[in-house]
Design a protein around this ligand. Structure first.
Ligand SMILES: CC(=O)SCCNC(=O)CCNC(=O)[C@H](O)C(C)(C)COP(=O)(O)OP(=O)(O)OC[C@H]1O[C@@H](n2cnc3c(N)ncnc32)[C@H](O)[C@@H]1OP(=O)(O)O
Length: 156
């Protein structure tokens, strides 16, 4: 998966070299996302083994060779809906300096396309009220209520 309109931004799958291109820094504009290079490589390799389940894409400023946006599609195989497949959109972020140029929209378009090819009957996501308008522009509609329960995580 790779696409490049003539604006110096390319879209492609996350690569093992992307730690050095600012993947963590990009994610830090969404939430806490500090991890070492070895943690990145370990997690990257775990994800890579499930290549029909995890689709992580990045937007790259080609001139700077720097990651300026990213997004994830997680594909869930279900029993309901005739053993249907549901896509979960996660961790969408565009670098501050590149917002408002339709990059977020283009990341979502890429994930929609991947979801469609993976046979998803729907794509769902959780977001804050502040991002509702953005996702409506991406043709999502408000449905249901988001609920969370944070669990104590074991120290590894
Ligand atoms: C499932 C999740 O991951 S939820 C978490 C979402 N990510 C974050 O909150 C991280 C911080 N925010 C960001 O990274 C960015 O602001 C994003 C990803 C939400 C949007 O990315 P951008 O590249 O700036 O959005 P983009 O330019 O593609 O906007 C598309 C349209 O939505 C509109 N839009 C974007 N954000 C907003 C907003 N917060 N409120 C209202 N409209 C918005 C734009 O004006 C544009 O409309 P237009 O086509 O009429 O001009």
């Amino acid at each position: 998966m790779s696409s490049n309109l003539d604006d110096g931004i390319s879209f492609r799958s996350l690569d093992i070299d992307d730690f050095d291109k600012g993947y963590s820094e990009c994610l830090q504009q969404l939430t806490e996302a500090k991890f070492s290079k070895s943690q990145f490589i370990e997690r990257f390799n775990q994800i890579k083994k499930q290549s029909d389940t995890y689709f992580l894409i990045v937007a790259v400023d080609v001139k700077l060779n720097k990651i300026i946006g990213c997004g994830t599609l997680f594909v869930e195989k279900k029993f309901i809906r005739n053993c249907g497949t549901c896509g979960h959109i996660e961790d969408i972020v565009v670098n501050n300096n590149y917002r408002g140029k339709n990059l977020g929209l283009r990341i979502i378009e890429q994930l929609k396309c991947i979801g469609s090819q993976a046979g998803c009957y729907k794509l769902i996501l959780d977001c804050s009220e502040a991002n509702v308008k953005f996702y409506e522009k991406c043709k999502f509609e408000k449905k249901g209520v988001q609920m969370s329960l944070y669990l104590p995580t074991p120290k590894l």
